[in-house]
Design a binder for this molecule. Structure first.
Ligand code: G4P
Length: 292
């Protein structure tokens, strides 16, 4: 995935981003990490733990309208076992966002108790959003900003231009998210990001990507995928994925002159339908029993 690295991130850029996040971190009490609920492993930044150190953290499993509900619940339990608060959200419709203030309260309860014991009543809690590109950071911030029009004045000592939104009583959010990079050196991570469209299609060969997606789908066999392409009577596991791509193209009448199947068009269509959840609500990555 070295291409992805050159296209999206280069070392200078990463250092600058890291520095920006580190300086924003000084202003906040907790971090909300947004990830894609369909690929909770690949949509995380490999260096985040090191970057935020002991800062309390919440995980937002976004795009839960497109992930498998049972899988998302399993992920939430998985994080819970590790002592991490995670909630499922859908920033497109706003579903689940009402749970956010409560989740922040939970992760900051020790701090609140400590400040209360010092006589501070209802201390303000400040948070920032972080995440890799395309997970829904802007969507989250826009939703919250729309629901909470009033911006908080710039604070003394805060970099000019930083704005704070009031999310609920005592809870404020920095308007600029920290944009992180994915674990791009890992081939599977790159493929999974590409499945969801988080990586530009020019980076990986589209037919190769569709074949990799079919490798996965033919084992998982989501009901919508099977019925959409009328694959009920096909022995999927004994069919090579490229042949399956051809079959799908044929079923959709995607032919080029001479009667050949237009596998490129079929690949584009397949990925498009996966990305818009027409093949079902599919989670590609499941939590392992013994860690990620
Ligand atoms: P970013 O700031 O982290 O880079 O992500 P951004 O909010 O720009 O979201 C990336 C894409 O994901 C957008 O789609 C956005 O609408 C979509 N999105 C964000 N959250 C959700 C969600 O919870 N569910 C669904 N289904 N989609 C979500 P886009 O195609 O780039 O733009 P558009 O369709 O909004 O025009």
């Amino acid at each position: 995935m070295s291409e992805m690295q050159t296209i999206q991130w280069f070392p200078g850029h990463m250092t600058k981003t890291k520095r920006q996040i580190q300086s924003s971190l000084k202003l906040v009490d907790a971090v909300a990490e947004i990830i894609d609920a369909r690929i909770p492993i690949s949509s995380r930044n490999p260096d985040l733990n090191k970057l935020i150190q002991n800062k309390p953290r919440i995980i937002l499993l976004n795009k839960c309208d497109m992930s498998n509900q049972t899988a998302t619940k399993m992920w939430i339990d998985f994080y819970k076992k590790q002592g991490i608060t995670a909630i499922a959200v859908d920033c497109k419709s706003g579903r689940g966002l009402n749970k956010f203030p409560m989740a922040v309260n939970t992760v900051l309860s020790e701090r609140t108790a400590r400040l209360k014991s010092k006589g501070m009543v209802n201390p303000i809690m400040r948070i920032m959003i972080v995440g890799i590109p395309n997970v829904g950071k802007s969507s989250f911030i826009n939703r919250i900003a729309k629901q909470n029009r009033a911006k908080v004045e710039d604070r003394p000592g805060v970099t000019r231009g930083n704005q704070w939104f009031t999310i609920s009583k005592n809870l404020e959010m920095l308007d600029t998210p920290g944009v992180l990079w994915p674990k791009f050196e890992d081939k599977v991570v790159g493929e999974h990001l590409a499945f969801t469209g988080a990586v530009k299609d020019q980076v990986l060969d589209i037919e190769f990507l569709a074949v990799r997606l079919l490798d996965f789908l033919k084992v998982l066999k989501p009901a919508e995928f099977i019925s959409r392409f009328k694959l009920e009577s096909v022995d999927l596991e004994s069919l090579e994925s490229y042949e399956l791509l051809k079959l799908i193209g044929k079923k959709r009448g995607m032919l080029v002159s001479g009667g050949e199947i237009d596998t490129e068009r079929a690949a584009i269509m397949l990925l498009d339908e996966f990305r818009s959840a027409k093949l079902g609500r599919i989670t590609v990555e499941m939590p392992a029993k013994d860690g990620e």
